[in-house]
Design a protein around this ligand. Structure first.
Ligand code: GTQ
Length: 359
């Protein structure tokens, strides 16, 4: 027998004894795990899931009787992917949660390396202050807290309305944890000093114009509130003017006006309109995504599983799971994913062919 033939016929128990001998030296044989380490196609442990707001809202309101926003620092129910419970992750790279702030409450000022987005789901009259500028939050607004920016939230009511406000938090917590790059600080004061008038960033950067002399250096967009009224108006115009894309409907991505890239370095965000009667074709991408339903009812078929959605629901589409969207009424969906990171790595893949349903 030549060497190769002799080795191929070796008893696996001999190999196992060898593995036991190398383990104390912190060594492991690649050939036992190679296929799992470099799979032929993405093998996410995450599963599709939908969180019904009608189920969650009473539980969120109950949380306000258990703990104040101030004691909690952030009173949030974390949306955990059911297949990876205990990791505060909705996908491997993204965190999502529903944050509640009651009238009169304050969520004290702090800052951290993790970037956050807020997508306002329910109620109005709350504000967030980011790096010295305050913005009042309305349903459907997409608001950014950049990495390391001071931020506090409050709810003082507006126009005589005083009601609980709930938003979807999306953060890159799992990414920062993966890189072990997290730092955080509490502020000296609970509420930040407001240094600039409300709407200042939007006036400077939010009209397809930017100040000729500005010193914005950050990797995050200089706009930190993308108001729903404006984004919705764009979709309404498009709906009148052109046919919807067969896969996505009318889908726009938010941009950093200084770069044309995503408003946040780690998270891309989108708003899409599915016209009543829309029956989209299946598509998939390696960036798993979180969706928040703003308007309308419809259906998402995610990796072969079926979910009916209605306003304020949240659902998650795992990496490389096929997604098919249909709408019985005009429906508007906000979504976010780790796309900019995958693009920076050169690994983003997506498929819009008719065969996306296979696998
Ligand atoms: O509002 O600062 O859902 O720091 C998780 C961590 C929200 C926030 C979250 C946070 C925040």
């Amino acid at each position: 027998m030549n060497t190769a033939a002799r080795v191929e016929s070796i008893d696996t128990s001999i190999r196992r004894r060898y593995y036991e001998r190398i383990r104390p030296l912190n060594l492991t044989p690649l050939w036992e795990s190679l296929h799992a380490l470099v799979p032929r196609a993405p093998q996410t442990p995450c599963v599709p899931a939908l969180w019904r707001y009608d189920d969650i809202r009473p539980l969120l309101m109950e949380s306000a009787e258990l703990i104040t926003a101030e004691e909690a620092v952030r009173r949030v129910l974390v949306l955990e992917n059911p297949a990876i419970m205990g990791r505060s992750s909705i996908t491997q790279s993204l965190y999502a949660g529903l944050q509640l702030i009651m009238p009169g409450e304050v969520a004290p000022s702090h800052r951290h390396v993790q970037s956050a987005l807020r997508f306002i789901v329910d109620g109005k009259g709350a504000y967030t202050t980011v790096g010295g500028e305050r913005t009042t939050m309305y349903p459907g607004d997409f608001i950014i807290t950049p990495s390391w920016a001071w931020h506090d939230h409050g709810n003082e009511g507006i126009g005589g309305v005083s009601e609980p406000v709930v938003w979807l938090d999306g953060l890159d917590i799992p990414m920062v944890r993966f890189f072990d790059a997290g730092f955080a600080e509490n502020d000296d004061s609970k509420v930040q000093h407001v240094a600039r008038p409300e709407g200042h960033s939007l006036a400077r950067f939010g009209h397809n114009m930017v100040p000729v002399r500005h010193d914005h250096q950050s990797a995050t967009s200089p706009i930190f509130n993308y108001p729903y009224a404006r984004s919705r108006e764009a979709l309404a115009q498009l709906q009148k003017q052109e046919a919807p894309d067969a896969w996505l409907g009318h889908k726009l991505r938010y941009i950093n006006p200084l770069t044309g890239g995503s408003p946040m370095p780690t998270i891309s965000t989108n708003l899409q309109l599915l016209p009543a009667g829309f029956a989209g074709k299946p598509h998939r991408a390696t960036d798993g995504a979180v969706y928040s339903v703003v308007e309308g009812r419809g259906h998402a078929e995610i990796g072969g599983q079926h979910f009916d959605f209605q306003p304020r629901d949240t659902f998650v589409v795992p990496s490389w799971a096929s997604l098919r969207l249909t709408a019985s009424e005009d429906a508007v969906l906000f979504s976010f994913s780790d796309r900019p990171v995958q693009q920076a790595m050169g690994v983003l893949r997506e498929s819009f062919d008719e065969a996306a349903e296979a696998n």
